[in-house]
Ligand binder design. Structure first.
Ligand code: ADP
Length: 223
């Protein structure tokens, strides 16, 4: 079986003024389709940079990175944008829902942007799995943080992305809602075989994921 993600000696250096800031110093990572990975490590060790590269938001400086057969080193910006739109779902710590739209509209806008039209079966399956059916006509201000994050997850997976990338998805939630969101990610992974990479500081994360990848100083130190 081909891995869905394979990086080799992946490096990223940010240029800030005249100073080079190394964020990734040679990351080797293999992820199989259907895996649920938790990425942990101290602040500044390169977790977000890795996620942004895998999601096509940032270009690497050197090394190899293959995501679902796409070689990022030979992709231009428009290829990368197309790749991101069709293959990647993102979930962020701050939910990032559009405040003037209802939950339903927030979810559907993803399908609209991708241009695949509305798929009612997928919509029902995702909304029911995430337990947010009764919230569909609510706007974000009328939902709890946990509910908003579940809507954000629905939006991220509605178009059946190959990979779901989550950057601290429970970082703004209380313990109870964090547990609910982690359990829902686990359920998505199990039921839809959704590949998930999740950056987290949540100690419960190891219990729901298949594997914990530990980073330090721009490298993967244990796996
Ligand atoms: P983490 O997610 O583990 O906290 P990051 O990937 O955000 O780590 O950051 C890794 C290193 O790269 C840090 O030293 C950080 O300051 C630096 N860095 C991250 N993003 C940028 C950027 N856009 N410009 C310059 N330096 C950055």
């Amino acid at each position: 079986m081909e891995p869905i993600i394979a990086t080799n000696e992946l490096k990223k250096v940010y240029r800030v003024g005249k100073v080079d800031v190394p964020a990734l110093r040679g990351v080797d990572l293999i992820v199989q389709e259907g895996e649920f990975l938790a990425v942990v490590g101290p602040s500044g060790c390169g977790k977000s940079t890795l996620l942004h590269i895998l999601g096509g938001l940032t270009s690497p400086t050197s090394g190899h990175v293959l995501v679902d057969g796409n070689d990022f080193m030979i992709m231009n910006d428009s290829d990368r944008t197309r790749f991101r739109r069709h293959k990647i779902g993102f979930v962020f710590q701050r939910f990032n829902l559009l405040p003037t739209l209802t939950a339903r509209q927030n979810i559907n806008i993803a399908q609209h942007i991708q241009g695949n039209g509305f798929n009612p079966h997928r919509f029902d399956a995702v909304v029911d799995m995430l337990g947010i059916r009764e919230k569909m006509e609510h706007k974000p201000f009328a939902m709890s943080g946990g509910e908003q994050q579940r809507v954000a997850i629905a939006r991220a997976v509605i178009c059946e992305p190959k990979i779901l990338l989550a950057d601290e998805p429970t970082g703004n939630l209380d313990t109870e809602n964090s547990q609910i969101v982690l359990n829902m990610l686990r359920a998505l992974n199990r039921s839809f075989r959704q590949t998930i990479l999740m950056i987290t500081h949540n100690p419960e994360a190891a219990a729901v994921s298949d594997r914990v990848v530990r980073m330090r100083d721009g490298r993967v130190v244990s796996n």
